[in-house]
Design a protein around this ligand. Sequence first.
Ligand SMILES: *[C@@H]1O[C@H](CO)[C@@H](O)[C@H](O)[C@H]1NC(C)=O
Ligand SMILES: *[C@@H]1O[C@H](CO)[C@@H](O)[C@H](O)[C@H]1NC(C)=O
Ligand SMILES: *[C@@H]1O[C@H](CO)[C@@H](O)[C@H](O)[C@H]1NC(C)=O
Ligand SMILES: *[C@@H]1O[C@H](CO)[C@@H](O)[C@H](O)[C@H]1NC(C)=O
Ligand SMILES: *[C@@H]1O[C@H](CO)[C@@H](O)[C@H](O)[C@H]1NC(C)=O
Length: 314
Amino acid sequence: MSETDEIVKKKSRKPTDGAFRQQRLPAWQPVLTPRTALPTFFVIGIIFTPIGGLLFWSNTRVVEIKLDYTNCYKYSSPVYLSKHQYTFQISQELNTSSFEPPAYHYQETSTFLNSNWQNPNNLSIPQCIIDFTVPQTMEPPIFIYYRLTDFYQNHRQYINSFDAGQLLGDAQSPPGSNCGPLRITDNGSNIYPCGLIANSMFNDTRSNLTSVNGATDMTFDFSATGIAWPTDKEKYAPTKYTPDSVVPPPNWAQRYPDGRYDADHPPPDLSQDESFMVWMRVAALPDFRKIWGRFGHGWKKEKSIREINRRECY
Ligand SMILES: *[C@@H]1O[C@H](CO)[C@@H](O)[C@H](O)[C@H]1NC(C)=O
Ligand SMILES: *[C@@H]1O[C@H](CO)[C@@H](O)[C@H](O)[C@H]1NC(C)=O
Ligand SMILES: *[C@@H]1O[C@H](CO)[C@@H](O)[C@H](O)[C@H]1NC(C)=O
Ligand SMILES: *[C@@H]1O[C@H](CO)[C@@H](O)[C@H](O)[C@H]1NC(C)=O
Ligand SMILES: *[C@@H]1O[C@H](CO)[C@@H](O)[C@H](O)[C@H]1NC(C)=O
């Protein structure tokens, strides 16, 4: 063997002689004849039909009331919602035409204080009042959801626009570059919480529900705790920023005097704000619902709601 042969041998890029490297692994390809395909389809169908039926059946047993209050601001005295603005899904055979349709109207209010919504600036918030009849007893737990349509939380730049370290409490300065334009203000203040997702948080608030023609004016307290996923809660901790070192995102600014945090109005404790966590778990599709409140967790069945006749949303 000459010297040049040896160099050629060393440099050879021929893969080693193995079944995998030389693509000699055994292979199998199904031959789809009616005789093999039909039984397969039938077996799969037999397995999934009952599962689908069960899901469909349990879905129809859910009592659901949908109310669309988008246009509420147009009416200062009560008007009935039109047919496409509400739906009642009830499990019993009820004559829904004997119910009065829901009605809503709009009014200016003074300040609204809600423990789940920071409003140190005493903003005056317009209020929509919705009267509706609950057609059928609803057993707890009862949930309130809000629904947004054509909101693309799945946009590639939007999804990443938060700083995980900042949400875990670290005083990042400046916050992570993921936050893009909502990272620092023009004069260099850090935004907390930074990013597009936090800035665009759904900020309608709601009151608890009041039953208006029951024996007494009962209220039904829908709490905003216990709505976030336990795994999401682990992603938040009280912030280590000092109030003066950060500013709220632009869309939150109105709620703070002079549009900033200070010692009397510190940044919110996001680790207690489950509505925020729910918002930060971005929806996959542009038409989505997110949980807003829950009622009756751990309650006994006897305490079920009979009637809720009024809803106020702010
Ligand atoms: C439903 O109620 C309305 C008004 O009370 C009545 O006119 C109608 O006949 C009822 N329909 C049925 C199917 O019972
Ligand atoms: C908001 O109202 C509270 C209670 O009335 C008051 O203490 C506080 O100073 C007000 N804040 C502003 C910014 O006016
Ligand atoms: C940033 O600049 C604006 C306008 O120049 C000013 O009103 C605001 O007080 C400044 N913020 C801080 C935190 O310095
Ligand atoms: C609510 O959110 C919208 C959009 O994000 C924003 O324009 C508005 O200023 C916010 N309102 C308050 C009171 O924070
Ligand atoms: C509704 O009830 C819950 C639980 O009692 C309470 O924490 C919350 O502040 C109430 N909301 C309003 C707007 O009063």
